[in-house]
Write a protein that binds this ligand. Sequence first.
Ligand code: 6PG
Ligand code: NI
Length: 215
Amino acid sequence: MQAAALHDPHPTRTTPRTDPTVEDPVTASDLIVDPRHRTDWATGAVLGDGVETLERRVADLAGVFADGAALAALDPELLVYRTECVFPVPDGTEGGLFWGTTFIQPGRVGEEYFMTKGHFHATSDRAEIYLTYAGTGLLVLMSRDRTCWAERMSVGSTHFIPAHTAHRTVNVGDDILAFGASWPSDAGHDYASIAADGFSARVLRIGGRPALVPQ
Ligand code: 6PG
Ligand code: NI
């Protein structure tokens, strides 16, 4: 996800209440302000200033799925996943953080479940955290020696993605998979390695159930 700077760096400022329906038990003060963002815990929606959205449709995902013919048979405009992200500091800033939610639609390309492109971080030693708001999925992880494994994702599951580890999320359920992520603002995204070599395993439906299948 690309970043654009948006925050004024001033720590003391007054803003309108972002959620006037929540009773405020705190004494009014110019030194106490509302957060600039909220997350809807049920859906993962990110609300507030400067939330940037990005969509990945079938047409954007050539070469990502194993079955190219099955992908070509789908409507190129069909939404596969989208993100709502906040970039409070410029992209590449050392010591900052980005965060956002990814929403993956339910669906398959042939026998392969809808999933993200997946990436290493361009600054390879940057880690990341994911936490699941809705749906069921698998977080597929791959180390630099191409060892691949996966963690089950379900509401509340919390995942540490180590440094030097490619990550891709797969929706294995019938509903939207929504998960939050936070990553360092100098992490960047290396999609090229995955485009060239892929992951060493894919999540396929076998006997009606998802399985992590070495390639
Ligand atoms: C990141 C996160 C996450 C990820 C999305 C979409 O580093 O930004 O891992 O926000 O970008 O889930 O996945 P792809 O970037 O692999 O398409
Ligand atoms: Ni990442």
